[in-house]
Design a protein around this ligand. Structure first.
Ligand code: ADP
Ligand code: GN1
Ligand code: MG
Length: 367
């Protein structure tokens, strides 16, 4: 369906008249555009069509984002920061709602575009990884005293028990008729099932606590300034009560990969210990004071957990006939599966060293 993006943009409380609306970014979930106004001094905005196949209660999701950004802005102001650049700013529709719904039932939302920033698709220096870790650490730390009640808009998002239920269904249904050709890949999932469930039991028992977390911490969901300092955590659609380890693990999956998430050349894919060290140091500099002993002990494991979960999610989407992630070519989800599996194997090989880095960084902070 072709949308009149200008008309949709005009439904929001913008500070001027819309000049252009153009596509932006590399997200896999929403459709993202940048709105430019005719007035040269006016701000720019992000317009998104939120993915209603994935987010089944978009009004509740937008309310979550509003509560969380209000809280972050209060914290940022208190520390003398710039709340318009260091946090997302939701722009309501003219009727006061946090979204606009087109007649076909699609949901649209607008936030301020944050100027003079870079969204990277990979980290190539430990300093950048340090800044990313610091950014997510600060984000979690600023939300540690958040008192509001967040709607659970994505039940079971990083819950591997829930993912296995989906997985078992997918393999049984074999919707795209691809299962027979995927025996090797399916065995990658099955051989690690009990190890992953054992970890998740620590969350279920409360030993690893639930906190307000981001849940989608890949590197292009954080904006850096032009000097390489972390500025703002974006893509807040998935902010939920979950474990801090999911944010750490997902970030490690993204920052440490020496190749692309969907690299066809598996020789390029591995986990970089330098990036791991950088990210871990930045993250712990903000969070070591409040993480409990279980969280610290399982920090390195969480990278394997989330990477494994990502292998499962890409493969499951391939089995289901590519219904979840945006794909650029028919085998894309299978290519992603192989690349993420290679990354997982690299983490498994270096796991002892990863644990040592966590211990060393914790020791440094004690000194
Ligand atoms: P998706 O859920 O599809 O990943 P995102 O919210 O991450 O969508 O947006 C996609 C991309 O758009 C981001 O990776 C970033 O490059 C850019 N972007 C999103 N919001 C902003 C913003 N407020 N300011 C600047 N760039 C943004
Ligand atoms: C999606 O929205 P985006 O592109 O930042 C996905 C993440 C995956 C990631 C893999 C809501 O992130 O969970 O880890 O792709 N987001 C959702 O790149 O499913
Ligand atoms: Mg994103």
């Amino acid at each position: 369906m072709a949308y009149n993006l200008e008309e949709i943009s005009n439904r929001f409380q913008l500070e001027g008249t819309v000049a252009t609306v153009q596509p932006l970014g590399e997200g896999f979930i929403n459709d993202t555009f940048i709105i430019r106004l005719k007035e040269p001094a006016a701000p720019r905005y992000i317009l998104q069509r939120k993915n209603k196949n994935i987010f089944t209660d978009i009004p509740a999701m937008m309310q979550n984002i509003k509560m969380v950004t209000d809280h972050l802005k209060m914290k940022i102001e208190r520390r003398g920061g710039d709340p318009l650049r260091e946090s997302l700013t939701i722009i309501p529709a003219k009727d006061g709602k946090l979204y606009y719904k087109t007649d076909d039932g699609e949901y649209w939302a607008v936030c301020l575009f944050i100027d003079d920033t870079i969204a990277y698709n990979g980290a190539d220096t430990p300093e950048l990884a340090y800044q990313g870790g610091k950014g997510i650490g600060q984000f979690q730390s600023m939300l540690a005293d958040f008192q509001g009640k967040l709607a659970d808009i994505l039940p079971g998002f990083h819950n591997i028990r829930f993912r296995f239920d989906q997985w078992d269904e997918a393999v049984k249904n074999n919707a795209a008729g691809r299962v027979a050709g995927l025996q090797e890949e399916i065995a990658w999932i099955e051989s690690r099932r009990s190890e992953m469930l054992k970890f998740w039991e620590l969350v279920e028992s409360g030993k690893i606590p639930t906190r307000v977390t981001h849940n989608d911490t890949k590197i292009n969901n954080i904006l850096f300034d032009k000097s390489g300092n972390v500025l703002c955590v974006i893509d807040l659609d998935t902010v939920l009560g979950s474990t801090c380890l999911n944010d750490f693990g997902d970030a490690i999956r993204s920052y440490t990969n020496t190749g692309a998430e969907d690299d066809r050349d598996l020789n390029k894919v591995s986990m970089s210990m330098d990036m791991f060290q950088g990210y871990t140091a930045g993250y712990l500099s903000q969070t070591a004071s409040f993480l409990n002993d279980y969280e610290k002990e399982y920090l390195a494991f969480s990278a394997k957990y989330i990477t494994y979960e990502q292998v499962l999610r890409f493969l499951m989407d391939y089995i289901n006939g590519d219904t979840y992630y945006k794909i650029k070519y028919p085998e894309h989800n299978l290519v992603r599966t192989h690349a993420q599996y290679k990354l997982l194997c690299s983490m498994e090989e270096q796991f002892g060293a990863m644990q040592k880095v966590v211990e060393q960084e914790l020791e440094k902070l004690k000194a």
